[in-house]
Structure formats: C-alpha cells, structure tokens
Design a protein around this ligand. Sequence first.
Ligand code: GLA
Length: 406
Amino acid sequence: MPRKALIPFAAILILVSSPLAPAQNQDQSSPNKWASSLAPTPPMGWNTWNKMGCDISEQLIRQMADAMVSTGMKDAGYQYIIIDDCWQVDRDRQGNIVVDARKFPSGIKALADYVHAKGLKFGIYSDAGTKTCQGRPGGRGYEFQDARQYAAWGVDYLKYDWCSTSTQDARSSYELMRAALDASGRPIVFSICEWGNHSPWLWAKGVGNLWRTTGDIKDRWEGKEEWKPGDCCNYGVMDILDQQVGLESFAGPGHWNDPDMLEVGNGGMTLTEYRAHFSLWAMLAAPLIAGNDLRDMKPEIRQILTHKEVIAVDQDPAGIEAHRVRKNGDLEVWSRPLQDGSRAVILLNRGAKDAEIGVTWQELGYPAHLSAHLRDLWQQKELGEHKGEFSATVAPHDVVMVTVRP
Ligand code: GLA
C-alpha cells in the first residue's frame, strides 16, 4: 500500500482512541487539571465552623453573605462563604447525598445562587472517610458522584476532612477526590484537612490548593487540649505557630500551608492577641478564613479583619511564606520576602512584660549597612530610614509589624 494512504488511517486511529485513553488516565493518575491555576494567592473567606458549629441554616448563610458585603469584608478581599460540617443527613437509594431539609429547605443550589449573586463564591465540606467528624455521611466510595453534585450546585471550594478513615491511605484518598473534582468539569478549590497527620506538605502540591498543618485551632492564645482522651489535640494560636516552623518552603502560589481558620472576634482572646493572630497568619501566607459572626462585628474586630496593608502581605503575589528568623525565649522575629524585594517583618512578644526586640538587616538577608525605609503597618506610619537594624518595644502578646524597603 502506498505510504500516503496509511496517514489518514493512523490519524483516524488517534482521533478515535485519544479521547478515551487520556480521560481514564485523568480520573486515576493526573489529578491536577485545575490545581495549579486555582488559589494563586491564599484563599480568603468565611466558614461556619469556628463560631456556629452545627448550628447552621440557609438563613444564616444568606445573612452572612449579606454581612460579608455590607461590612466591607468583600471589598477587603474575602470571597468564599463556606458551609462546614452538618449540612448533610443521609444518602438516598441512588447514593445521592441528602441535605438537611429542615435547615436548608430551599436546597444547596439556591443558596449557592444567592451567594454568587452577591459577587461571592460558595464552599462546602465533606470528609474522605465513611463519616464526617460530626457523624454525617462521608464521601468514601461516592467521590465522583459527590463531585458531580457539587459542580451541579455551583460549589467553588471543597473542604475535605479526615474523620472515620480507618486504614485509608491519605495521599490516595485525596488524589481520588482531586480526580473526581477535575472530572466534574468545574474549577473547585480543594482544601485538604487531615490535620498534618500524614505530612501533606510533602505530597499535596498539585492535589490540593491548601492543606491543614495541625489539629484544630481554639480561640485562645496558647495551650493544647486533647480532642478526646488519648486523641490529640486542639491548639492555641502560639502552639499552631510553633508547628509551622520548617514548613515554609512547601507553600507557594496554588498550594498553601493552612494553619487553620481565624478565631479573630470570637471572644476568647484580647484585641491585642487577635491582632497578633491575624498578623502572624498574614506572615504565614495562610488562607484567611474568618470564623466570627460577621452580622455582629465590633468596629475594632472589623478593623483587624479588613486591614489593607496586613492583608496585602498575606496576598503578596510572590507567595513566599515567612520563616522564623530568631527565637530568644518569648521574643521572636519572623520575616517574609515580598515580591518587590522588600521584607515584611514581625517582632513578636509572647511573654508577660514589655520587651525590646531587634532585628539586623543581615538576619533579613540584606547587606549590613544598607539603608532601608521602614513602615509600621498597624500604625500606618512611616518610620523613616534605618541603617543596618531596627528595634522596638513590644507589649505582651503583641506584635510590631513593619515593612523594610531598601
Ligand atoms: C474537624 C476539622 C474542623 C471542622 C470539624 C467539623 O475537626 O478539623 O475544622 O471541620 O471537623 O466537624
């Protein structure tokens, strides 16, 4: 047969076989179709869990979406309204997830539409095991069916927990859900919540867009507490902070370490402590997921959560997470390189008395005698030119947060 005649035949073969083979591969082994383009900066939003727990309803979610807009949170960059555990009650005979019709009588699609109409995005929660942490039906065995359902509802963000997972392998469980989300055809930010138990920073880039690095945050400055006897733990802000040391190199655009959601405004800490918590999360390039009641927010809390310059540090496009430069007992210095070559720096006083904390330019990776311009972000005040070093008096449980610009 002349050679020419073979070419169309080969082309037909390729045309016929290619849509099938890659599609199968994609479901099973290349689960990152969207992962790299979603969440180029850490996601910002609001989640039901920290304040409301299971006491949730469609009315609450609507009110929170309204408040997200009216309080200026949306303008400050918060986007996602996320329903955590307790929206689901069962599966029907076809395996479809059944929504709690008492709490969500209009259904999830109508709620997602409401949130979208406000110019916001909509998130939901499930679990890689057979049951969620509150004993609701989990996603195991229903990954593709659930992902199709979420896409049909208009879900933009999925938080996927790790309760009731028995001997499941964490990496393959999350890869399976990632593949299911990809196959759904809708870009959905994937939030991995296995509490850092299986070192997700080592494998979750390209699987999830963010991964929890610790157990749950508690609305307190420090101190851990067992979840239940023998099962560790809930953590205060300082305990979570300590567990971030050494993880910074694993984060970057599209794949973030998640030290858990914000407790700012929930009542268990002082304003100073909330300001420190928020500042540190911004340094960590953490997802900023508020967890307070936005409908009833004091102006001082709103000021913290919507602080433009601190949020700009969190959202810096270079996406380089801060590292701890120095620790002398209760006194710490953290630094984060920003896209324009400057540094965001935090002087943190974990102790009970005022303390002087300093940092040298060499510790920030600058030449010792460089002259740099300083700005105090919380005071919104220029601090002038400094050569070689900077120091300040820091109140107990407080931070001084500056940018150092050569
Ligand atoms: C786990 C998660 C929390 C929250 C609850 C809900 O504890 O870590 O963030 O989602 O489950 O049950």
